[in-house]
Design a protein around this ligand. Sequence first.
Ligand SMILES: [Zn+2]
Length: 414
Amino acid sequence: MSGDFPNEEEWELIDPEDLPAIFRGSETEGTLVTSVRSLRDLIQRATGRVGDREALEDAGLAEVHPFPFLALVGMEQVQQALMLAVINPRVGGVILLGPTGVGKTTAVRSLTGVLPRVPRSLCYYGCLPEDIEEGGLEAVCASCAEKYRRGEPLAVMESARLLEIPYPVQPEEVWGTLDERAARKGRHRLRRGLLGLADRQVLFVDEITRYPREIQEAVVEAASQGYYTLSRGGLTAVYRSQFVLVATLNPQRGRLPFHVLDRFGLRVPMNALDDLEARALLWERLHAWRRSPRAFVASFEARTAALRQEIKAARDRLPRVRVPKDVARRVARLASLLELPSLRAELALLEAARAHAAAEDREEVQDVDVRAVAPLVMALRRPREAERFFETQEVDFVPLQQAVQEIFPQEVAS
Ligand SMILES: [Zn+2]
């Protein structure tokens, strides 16, 4: 993946046994939130060179045992959007929009417990076995090619992680930079940044509007391309960045330019729960979790494990899920009826519908899948609509629902 493969003697292989516990997959806990504070922090954890024990301790129990995904109350839309994105990262990420205190961040962090197992490269450059399947031995570094010939693993399977972009963040933490440690030894090479380290993981941008525009653009760009290019000091490297992007935004705190907002596949407006019973239940659960996070998480573990299995089954099924021509044609009609300015919504709708079909144990997309995901995909897709949202904090779903009903009519039960 990298354009600056060093000489053979420069390899630094990362032995999984050297990794700090928080960075190893953990079957029993499945709660690997890593609140990364800086690139240095992240790399040190990833390579296991410096103990991250202090970091782990002051992260607090609540961080190490995130609120269980299935304990969320009244957030079905949010849960559905997050699940679709995890099942099919091609939906293009999720953005949760709403005021402070509605549980956006808690909801995102709760994902940690249900994330599937993904390959984690054992190599400094992030080579994976699938690179060889796709591009032959040329597609990986010389050391990995050699390991592959010897039949040694290039990666280990472990639970995907939720990586949070720290705030504030330096540009080199996001993109990567020249490797100073290597430079001190007279070597010249690049280190990938968070965008590359998040490959196959979930990258979380909390309150995206507080970050500089260039960071917002880089994150959505890397997520939609699946790779990014880093050039520093005469070196250029291309890093894979196939991550699930999740962001939150408080419309009272700031606006996101339309071209950045449009890159998010799924968008979920959130408000405080108006159902008093639901509020009481959520409060009770949050209280129980804060008091005793480990026990509370454990009380949901059987259900959480079952959900992890379902997600895995849906992900395995996804490559076989096809979209009938007739459905694809009507999705295009829906986009034109709604006068959407870009193709992105259409593509996101098809991918989200595929994920929905996979989750429903089918290999063919049906109208019901499109109807289920359309509100998540098609809201706030027109510049004027987005502008209105930032002024009023409200989304008008009526025209969208009418258009969906016209082209994907709900059969009336007889
Ligand atoms: Zn390699």
